[in-house]
Design a binder for this molecule. Structure first.
Ligand code: UD1
Ligand code: CA
Length: 489
C-alpha cells in the first residue's frame, strides 16, 4: 500500500507569461515545464528509501494535475501519465486543491498524505521531494513545507517565524508589513500535508481581501495556531524557483542547461564552452565526444562516442553514430552511421541517411535520401528523394530535380561506383547505372546504362567507361560534346 499521492497545481492563468500557450507547456531545455515536475515525482519510484514500512516502492505515487477548463492541450500532452482534475474558475491555490478533492478521494488506496506541488517550479529534484517526505514523516505536524533563502524575495510568500524560530505563517507579498517584506526566507509552494487534515481545514480558508483569491498558504497559519511545529526543508533557490514570466523562464533555462551540461561532462563528454552550448535534457551523447561552441542539440538526438560536433552546429532529432564529425551544419531528423563527416555549412533534412564513411563537404543538402557507404559529395549539391550507392563521387553542383510541380516527388537512383560530373542535373525519375559517368553539365533525363559515359543536354551516351575488367569501346564522339566532368575532391 502506498501512503501518499502527488498533486500538481497547474490551473493558474499564467497571466504574467503573456502567452496563448498555457504556462506549463512552455518549453524548458526542450521539454514542457510540467514534464520536469512529473519526472521528479516519478523519480520517487523504485527507491526503497522513499517507502515507509509496509509501502511498495516500485511504482511512482499516483499523480493528479489540476488544470483549468480550457486545458485540452495539457491533457493531451500528458495523457496516461497522470490523472486530471478541473478547476472551473481560478480562485487561488486553495481552491485549486479543493477542485482535486474528488479525484484524490477516488484513489484506492486513499492516500494518507499528499505532496502538493506547483506546476511552475520545474527545477525541483526527486532528492528534495524525498527530504520533504522524510521531514513530514518524522514530525507530528499535519503539514511540512519547503523554504528557500532568496536574496531578492520579491514576489514570493515570506515565511514568518516567532522568536523561537517556529513558523507562524506564510504571508503573501501583497499582505506583508514592512518588516515582513524584508524577510528573505520564502515559501516555495512545495508541501506535504496529511490528507484528512487537509480536507477538514481547506473549507475554512478565507478569501484574501486584496486579491480575492483563496490561498493555500493560509493552512500554514492554521497548523501553527493549533500548536504544531511545522517542519521545513531548506532548498537552494536554484531548485525551487517559480517561473511566472519569461525573464524567470530564461533564468530557469540557464540553470537547467547548466545541470544538463554538467551531467554530460561528468559522463565523459567534453563541452568546450558551456556558455554557448545548448543541449536538451533528452539528448544522449557517448563518451569522448567533443562539443564545440555555439552548438544546439535538441529533441531525441543521440550522438555516439568520439564524435566532434560544432562549432556552430544545430542538431535536432537525429541519430549520429560513433566518430562522426559535424562542422557548422544543420541536421534535422537525419541518420548518420559511423565515421561520417558533414560540413561546414551543410544541411541534412528529414529522412537523410548517410551510411558509414560518407563525406559531405560545403553547402551539401540531403533530404529523404540514402547515401551509400564511402560516397563523397564535397561541394554545393542537392540530393532529394534519391538513393545513392556506395563509393559514388558526386561532383560540385550536382542536383536531383525531384519536383515537377506535382505532389509526388520523383526519385533518383544512382548506383554503386558512379561518377557524377560537376553540374549534372538528374531530371527524376531517373536511374544512373553502376559505374556510369556523367560529363560536366549533363542533363540526365533518361536512364544511364551501367558503365556508360553520358554528356550534354539532354545527356546521351558517348562510350563505355573504361574499367579494369573490360577494354574501352569508343562510339563516335560528336564534335560539340563537352569534355568529361572532373571528379571533385
Ligand atoms: C505561490 C505562493 C507563494 C510562493 C510562490 C513560490 C500561494 C498563494 N502563493 O505564489 O507563497 O512563494 O508560489 O513560487 O500559493 N494555481 C492554480 N489555480 C489557481 C491559482 C494558481 O492551479 O487558481 C497554480 C498555478 O498554476 C501555479 C501555482 O498554483 O502552478 C502557484 O500559483 P501562482 O499564481 O504562480 O502563485 P505565486 O504568485 O507564484
Ligand atoms: Ca508561481
Amino acid at each position: 500500500m502506498r501512503g501518499f499521492a502527488a498533486l500538481v497545481l497547474a490551473a493558474g492563468k499564467g497571466t504574467r507569461m503573456r502567452s496563448r500557450l498555457p504556462k506549463v507547456l512552455h518549453p524548458l531545455a526542450g521539454r514542457p515545464l510540467l514534464e520536469h515536475t512529473l519526472t521528479a515525482i516519478e523519480g520517487l519510484a523504485t527507491n526503497s528509501e522513499t517507502s515507509a514500512p509496509g509501502e511498495a516502492s516500485d511504482d511512482p505515487p499516483p499523480i493528479v494535475v489540476v488544470v483549468s477548463q480550457d486545458a485540452d492541450s495539457i491533457r493531451s500532452a500528458f495523457a496516461g501519465r497522470c490523472l486530471f482534475a478541473t478547476q472551473s474558475a481560478q480562485l487561488g491555490t486553495a481552491d485549486a486543491v479543493l477542485a482535486a478533492q474528488p479525484t484524490l478521494s477516488s484513489l484506492s488506496p486513499s492516500p494518507a498524505y499528499t505532496l502538493i506541488l506547483p506546476g511552475d517550479a520545474p527545477l525541483l529534484t526527486t532528492k528534495m521531494l524525498r527530504s520533504l517526505l522524510e521531514a513530514f514523516r518524522q514530525s507530528d505536524s499535519p503539514l511540512a513545507l519547503v523554504s528557500a533563502q532568496a536574496p531578492d524575495p520579491t514576489g514570493y510568500g515570506r515565511v514568518v517565524r516567532d522568536e523561537r524560530g517556529r513558523i507562524c505563517a506564510v504571508v503573501e507579498e501583497k499582505d506583508t508589513s514592512d518588516w515582513q517584506r524584508a524577510i528573505t526566507e520564502v515559501n516555495t509552494s512545495h508541501y506535504c500535508i496529511r490528507t484528512d487534515w487537509l480536507w477538514e481545514h481547506l473549507p475554512h480558508v478565507q478569501r484574501n481581501a486584496i486579491s480575492g483569491e483563496y490561498y493555500l498558504v493560509d493552512l500554514v497559519e492554521m497548523a501553527a495556531k493549533q500548536g504544531y511545529t511545522i517542519p521545513t526543508v531548506s532548498a537552494p533557490l536554484d531548485e525551487v524557483m517559480g517561473v511566472n514570466d519569461r525573464v524567470q523562464l530564461a533564468q530557469a533555462e540557464s540553470l537547467v542547461r547548466r545541470r544538463i551540461l554538467e551531467r554530460l561532462m561528468l559522463s565523459g563528454v567534453t563541452i568546450i564552452d558551456p556558455a554557448s552550448t545548448f543541449i536538451a535534457a533528452s539528448v544522449k551523447i557517448g563518451q569522448d565526444t567533443v562539443i564545440h561552441p555555439f552548438t544546439t542539440i535538441s529533441g531525441s538526438a543521440t550522438i555516439g562516442s568520439e564524435c566532434v560536433i560544432g562549432p556552430h552546429s544545430v542538431i535536432r532529432d537525429s541519430q549520429i553514430g560513433n566518430q562522426c564529425e559535424i562542422v557548422g551544419s544543420w541536421l534535422e531528423e537525419a541518420t548518420l552511421e559511423a565515421n561520417v563527416h558533414v560540413g561546414p555549412m551543410s544541411h541534412l533534412r528529414p529522412g537523410a541517411h548517410l551510411a558509414t564513411n560518407v563525406h559531405l563537404g560545403n553547402y551539401a543538402e540531403v533530404k529523404k535520401s540514402f547515401i551509400g557507404a564511402g560516397t563523397q559529395m564535397h561541394h554545393f549539391s542537392y540530393m532529394g528523394d534519391a538513393t545513392v550507392g556506395e563509393n559514388v563521387n558526386i561532383g560540385a553542383g550536382a542536383i536531383t530535380c525531384n519536383y515537377d510541380g506535382t505532389p509526388i516527388k520523383k526519385k533518383t537512383l544512382i548506383e554503386d561506383g558512379a561518377s557524377v560530373g560537376s553540374d549534372t542535373l538528374f531530371i527524376a525519375p531517373v536511374t544512373m547505372g553502376q559505374g556510369a559517368t556523367t560529363g560536366a553539365g549533363a542533363v540526365v533525363n533518361h536512364d544511364v546504362a551501367p558503365g556508360t559515359l553520358v554528356v550534354g543536354m539532354p545527356a546521351r551516351p558517348i562510350r563505355r567507361v573504361h574499367t579494369k575488367q573490360e577494354g574501352e569501346s569508343t562510339p563516335p564522339t560528336p564534335p560539340d560534346a563537352p569534355a568529361r566532368g572532373e571528379g571533385e575532391e
